[in-house]
Design a binder for this molecule. Sequence first.
Ligand SMILES: Cc1cc2nc3c(=O)[nH]c(=O)nc-3n(C[C@H](O)[C@H](O)[C@H](O)COP(=O)(O)O)c2cc1C
Length: 364
Amino acid sequence: MPATATIPPPPPPVLPPISYGALPLATRYLLSPLAGFTNLPFRRIVRSIGGLGLATTDLVNARGLLEGSAKSLELVETCPEDQPLSVQLFGSDPELMARASQWLEARGVQSIDINMGCPVSKVTKTGSGASMMCRRDDALVLVERVVNSVKLPVTVKMRLGWDENNLTAPEFARAFEEVGVAAVAVHGRTRAQGFSGVVNRAGIKAVVEAVRRIPVIGNGDIRSVADAARMLSETGCHGISVGRGALANPWIFKQFDQWERTGRCDPAGGFDDRLDLLRRQLDYAVELRGPDRSIPYFRKMGHWYLKSMFVPAHLRNAFQQAQTQTDLQQVLGRIVDHGPTTGSRHEALPDLHIPVPSGPVEHW
Ligand SMILES: Cc1cc2nc3c(=O)[nH]c(=O)nc-3n(C[C@H](O)[C@H](O)[C@H](O)COP(=O)(O)O)c2cc1C
């Protein structure tokens, strides 16, 4: 059993169902966009486990999408079971953002999310991502233009503001609601904070109090039922989105949903269950990219699986060195033979320490 599962979870809250405009969500537990990870194979895995209300893609460049860039088109790849899906767009040109949203609406996505949280300088220096939180009028024009260009629900994902002296999220959320945004998601840190410090739940609560009707999705550092309970009770938020916690534990949405329904939840899967997910996600990656391209495509995610399976470093390294499907299968065979470095292969494993992106926030 993981450490958190031995502590009885706090009682679940009684909350009304959640929807994005006319789009009802089956649960209030959502997958946060994680560039490099929230691709179609991973979304299929999380959806197959259950409990997920909605998934969002990695951030997608609106201009790239309209120009037909291969990278942008790959990021919006989906399949019938991958619903409801929101595509997250970034860009600072209202016209391009509106056209990209219409392009997505015509191809059947269920929601558009506008990125106002990305702290990376590659994005902020173009006037998009978190830098929009410093330019209220421009941000509002862009959001209103996108909302008016599609029938789909449009949401905005933001941080609390640029820095602690500019906590603009409550004011922005209120203004966005007035121009027709269906929900806002808030990572409870400022751009200047990067991933340092702790999530400021009082800051998220201020956003909840600033809006009138739309749901606010609380985000940041949620790893367990206790974290989810704290986020819901201390902020009054209507839903929760989980990023890194889902890489470490793809069962997290199912656990939250079980807890909300019954007050209890099953532990996360153990070594064998994780191995099964790894193999399935790898198969989905091969289906999508072919045998050769799927190997580099899967490496980042493979790292999270193997860490959470407590595979020793020499076998994790061997996995990362694999060049062909035969190499990969051979290393997986050695991983199966070895088993986890701690605990048993059939039972739940200890919780994984979750790293944050390293280096200065400007260069992630
Ligand atoms: C590797 C990585 C990639 C991310 N990519 C995006 C992104 O594309 N769009 C976005 O809005 N946020 C992105 N984020 C931020 C997450 O969506 C989320 O707000 C943040 O990680 C805090 O939530 P967590 O503690 O549950 O991970 C990213 C975070 C990480 C660690």
